[in-house]
Design a protein around this ligand. Sequence first.
Ligand code: TYD
Length: 134
Amino acid sequence: MKAKLIDLKKIYDMRGSMLVFENGHNLPFELKRSYFIYDIPSDSSRGSHAHINLNQIIIAASGSFEVEVDDGEHKKTFLLNNPSKALFLPKMHWRVILKFSTGSICLVYASAIYDESDYIRNYDEFKKRVLLSS
Ligand code: TYD
């Protein structure tokens, strides 16, 4: 599985903490888009799709949630509860994001602009594509 946690160096002093993402430094792709999800009901489930070409980084900017990741062969659940531990989620990884804590914020960095045709929203189709590419 190519999905993995990335440790970010925290810059902190008495005034607070800072985390930096920078093209060419600690991002495994060039950043083209960022979005965040907030006001998330605790019983909400997001994702349930994979991307054909998109690479992403997911961060619990506030609070916590879990990301269930499946590369078609192996499954792994990542608990994100610390903004300095970001999840790198490469293309062709099915993900379900759930168990959101109250007030959590899911921050996402992405390698391309929004393109609905890059989504695989059907799990069987995802499995078929993984088999075809192996
Ligand atoms: P979606 O990616 O399915 O949400 P999630 O994976 O978090 O459950 O996106 C939800 C809706 O928002 C969908 O109609 C597409 C739209 N959307 C955009 O217009 N631009 C974006 O950058 C994203 C991520 C989604």
